[in-house]
Design a protein around this ligand. Structure first.
Ligand code: NAP
Length: 495
């Protein structure tokens, strides 16, 4: 059977020309994620016939050098075989590089002239992708505006800006950034990207919950015991300790990726798939979560082990840094559906496993006929594996085949690789397409960002004010014992 298309899918954009300006084009994100995603969209015919891409950064590079850097990361996933080389050539012919200063009106006046030439002096939509450190956003935006490159909100052709996290480092700095950026890009021109929301399995969360009947009646405090959301990496800061240390794992991963996944798990059904309706529901969940208290938070740093240096010994980490490389927290959502259900979230680097998943643990079966009095069988679990090996599995109790009445937990397992022939798109492909099609539902709205910071800001400030020393855990270990103790206080065991 053919797949259903959800109603309210935005119209495919075909003939409106667009220029995509990638600011910070010399950087890692641009080379490894953005250009490959744009190439994938090109191969799938999701870019309009008349599109151009201009990479902008300070580094001096000629066009050949730039294109050679880009081609290194392009893949033939959507255009296999002999045609791939030709597709790459066609794509690269639409890409060029422009070197300038980020806060210079002159640089952007020159870029504007070049854009007009490339665009044949026709009215063209413009997408500005800010793949630059956040402290550069404002200077760039003001310079773009003063050079006349940005059209006002609601106009045709449009101008839109994609900005990358971190969006501030607490509620105040985030508000400041939001307000200052709003002088240049209105909220409906601003796409605050959290690439976890573009991941296929995360996008499936709403479908799983709201396009199936079976989950709805049990998706609440009467049936769900706890929800665990985990993000783990088995590598350290990989030479980026200087950058990482300014933020730590709570700001880098928890306040955004994990909280966004939590909001999708906990939200009420939106009345439509429209961006406002979806984001309204997510904001309600975040606002129903009181600020995290230190008693519900464990922070830790990895120490030298398994031939790897400890975090504090890494180049770029200030002496005595208290930036956590691991954190575990229990968040409560004080609304009618969730009151009393702990949301346990944890994120860490330098651990013994690499995965991200959402685990919904149901309550044990009461009065179970199969158990001796006092024995409780392990409860059902729904596990949504975000990465690697995307899957959705439902852990149920089953009779073991045989003459005895033995019971065993088994998985009803939907492995994406086995179930779907289609290539799983990279998160950036899906999200950049949404920007082109003006669908903001998977981007963080300003009030959503504020609500997310409200959950973490008081705890972050207290940690820093009181100079709370993180717990420790050896590199490549399961993490600090304190995280297990925190879970135990809520009667939960991390899986
Ligand atoms: N890498 C990822 O996977 C990832 C994931 C999520 C979010 N992000 C965010 O995305 C943005 C870009 O990431 P990235 O990894 O590409 O960063 P990056 O390599 O450190 O920086 C991107 C470019 O910005 C310019 N730049 C760097 N430091 C600068 C400074 N102090 N002042 C002015 N320009 C500077 C550099 O270009 P020129 O020197 O040539 O101008 C550099 O090539 C960052 O905000 C990051 O937080 C990245």
């Amino acid at each position: 059977m053919l797949p259903y298309h959800a109603k309210e899918q935005p119209p495919r954009m075909t003939d409106q020309p667009v220029s995509i300006i990638v600011l910070g084009a010399s950087g890692d994100l641009a080379r490894k994620k953005i250009f490959p995603a744009l190439f994938a969209l090109y191969c799938q015919k999701h870019l309009p016939d008349r599109f151009h891409i201009v990479g902008f950064a300070r580094t001096e590079m000629d066009q050949e050098e730039f294109r050679n850097k880009i081609i290194e990361n392009l893949t033939c996933r959507y255009s296999p075989g002999e045609s791939c080389g030709q597709r790459m050539e066609e794509f690269l012919a639409r890409c060029e590089y422009f070197s300038g200063e980020y806060d210079s009106q002159d640089s952007f006046l020159s870029l504007g002239q070049r854009l007009s030439e490339i665009e044949n002096h026709r009215e063209t939509n413009r997408l500005f992708y800010m793949a630059i450190p956040p402290f550069v956003f404002l200077g760039v935006s003001r310079a773009l505006k003063s050079a006349g490159l940005i059209s006002p909100p609601g106009s045709n052709p449009w101008s839109r800006a994609v900005i990358e996290k971190p969006f501030g480092s607490d509620r105040d700095s985030s508000d400041k950034l939001v307000n200052e950026m709003a002088e240049v890009f209105a909220e409906d021109q601003t796409y605050r990207i959290d690439h976890y929301l573009g991941k296929e399995v995360v996008q499936n969360l709403m479908v799983l919950r709201f396009a199936n009947l079976v989950f709805d009646p049990i998706w609440n405090r009467s049936y769900i015991d706890n929800i665990q959301i985990t993000w783990m990496e088995d590598i350290g800061t990989e030479g980026r300790a200087g950058y990482f240390d300014q933020y730590g794992i709570i700001r880098d991963v928890m306040q955004n990726h994990l909280l966004q996944m939590m909001a999708l798990v906990a939200m009420e059904p939106p009345i439509s798939l429209n961006a406002q309706d979806v984001r309204d529901e997510k904001v309600k969940v975040l606002r129903a979560a009181p600020p995290l208290e230190l008693k519900d938070l464990v922070v830790a740093q990895y120490t030298a082990s398994n031939g790897h240096e400890g975090y504090l010994e890494e180049k770029g980490v200030p002496e005595g840094s208290i930036a956590p490389t691991f954190a575990a927290a229990v968040i409560q959502v004080k609304n009618r559906r969730w009151d009393g259900v702990p949301f346990l979230i944890r994120a860490g680097k330098g651990l013994d496993r690499k995965f991200a998943e959402i685990r919904i643990q149901f309550r044990p079966v009461p009065g179970n006929t199969f158990c001796d009095p006092g024995t409780v069988l392990d409860p059902n679990e729904l596990v949504i594996r975000v990465q690697p090996d995307e899957s959705v599995s439902y852990r149920i109790m089953n009779k073991v085949p045989g003459l005895e009445m033995d019971l065993k937990e088994t998985d009803l397992n939907l492995s994406y690789q086995a179930a779907f022939e289609k290539e799983i798109p990279e998160a950036y492909e899906s999200l950049i397409l949404d920007v082109l099609e003006d669908d903001q539902s998977l981007f963080i709205r300003a009030d959503e960002l504020a609500a997310a910071w409200d959950i973490f800001t008081p705890a972050l400030q207290q940690l820093e004010r009181e100079n709370v020393k993180p717990e420790t855990y050896p590199f490549k270990s399961p993490g600090p014992e304190a995280a297990n103790r925190l879970a135990q206080e809520y009667g939960v065991k991390w899986k």
